[in-house]
Design a protein around this ligand. Sequence first.
Ligand code: KIV
Ligand code: ZN
Length: 510
Amino acid sequence: MNDQLIIFDTTLRDGEQSPGASMTRDEKLRIARQLERMKVNVIEAGFAAASNGDFEAVKAVAEAIRESTVCSLARANENDIRRAGEAIRPAASGRIHTFIATSPIHMEKKLRMTPDQVVEQAVRAIGWAKEYTDDIEFSAEDAGRSEIDFLCRIFEAVIKAGATTINVPDTVGYNVPEQFAETIRTLIDRVPGADKVVWSVHCHNDLGLAVANSLAAVRAGARQVECTVNGLGERAGNASLEEIVMAVRTRKDIFQCDTRVDTTQIVPASKLVSGITGFPVQPNKAIVGANAFAHESGIHQDGVLKHRETYEIMRAEDVGWTTNKLVMGKHSGRNAFRSRLQELGVDITSEEQLNHAFARFKELADKKHEIFDEDLQALMSDESSEPKEHFRLLSSSFHSETGETPCARVTLAVGGSEAKAESCGSGPVDAAFKAIEVVANSGTELLLYSVNAITTGTDAQGEVTVRLSKDGRVVNGQGADTDIIVASAKAYLNALNKIQAGSEKMNPQV
Ligand code: KIV
Ligand code: ZN
């Protein structure tokens, strides 16, 4: 039995389909570089036909990534496949992932196609994809509710046409482990040519079973799992990458396979994705939750101190948890700053960017004596944030006193000019947002506001996420500062800049 389990990460595609998780090209590139560092096998970078922005993002990832295969999703039509093929052209190793729905309800109600037409279209799709690459994945959307005989028929046809990976998605998260494993076993057993392709699964988490279903499929012979960092994804999300990887690594005796993932990169990847999307990780989330390795009870602590394996099945450091590391202070020099960023995997694209970031680091070091890795990461995430800012905070002042209405005054750079405004509100953050709106008049609705401390201590930077919606489009903005009102204003402006710059994109499955 093949003992390599291929990890296909779809954080940048299915993860991005979560409302509010939409990412800019630059953000996708940063996540893709971290996924490459983590050594995932395949990075699904997006759906190239969704918009010009998506096309450019997939292409940029294909240009930047050398160690992982870069993939674009495409519906089974000629235009989508040609867009995907062009976008992955620069990749060292590129894949086209094409799909069509196969369940009776999807074929009849959504596609309005007969089963014969669906098979024919799938085979034609493989033909177009072959003009660009030999690495072709075919997915039967809603396979989890499709008839097994029809799945056998369509998979046989696409394998004959040249598909090299066959993916079985539980699109609506309807399956349970024993049943899903049986489906995979039957397909591998019955489909002619099954031994020439990699069998893959893609599970959604509507019943909280995405990881369990994926692992059951691995036991039944699947050798690729599609998953996302932090389990990000449509509705209740996709199978979580960190749980899949650590389950097979920790229980090789059960799964009889392993991945090539560098597990020490898991926690940095989780933090990066959470920071960029603004989706926090619940504290008790397996592997990457803040409490995942915390032993509160006296009996557990005593046991762990005597012999850690009494209560620990994995080591925190093996998945990338480190204690807050004091890296630098106000006397650290430019070279030390640059080399610490390199160790953290942050790419500096120009001397100009380094100078600017270093100046901001010095400002932060003046306010905060101890600078941790997390502070540097937040600083750099601000530094490279796209789009080019239409709105920027130049200065601000806030007044808040017991028994008085809080007020805020802001000065903003707007395009090429400067604008000042003031407003009062029910709290200083509310006042700041209202003052910004006096200038921006954005017509957006505030969906979410959340604050997190980046490190410990009362001098920690606050990291704020703001989610705004306008005309059905949802964006997240982030900002960090030792002053949480300033962090809030930055996050609000970051979200407004995204609304301002954003182009519409389509969801491949709608
Ligand atoms: O959930 C799903 O069916 C998908 C396919 C496009 C693979 O995301
Ligand atoms: Zn999906």
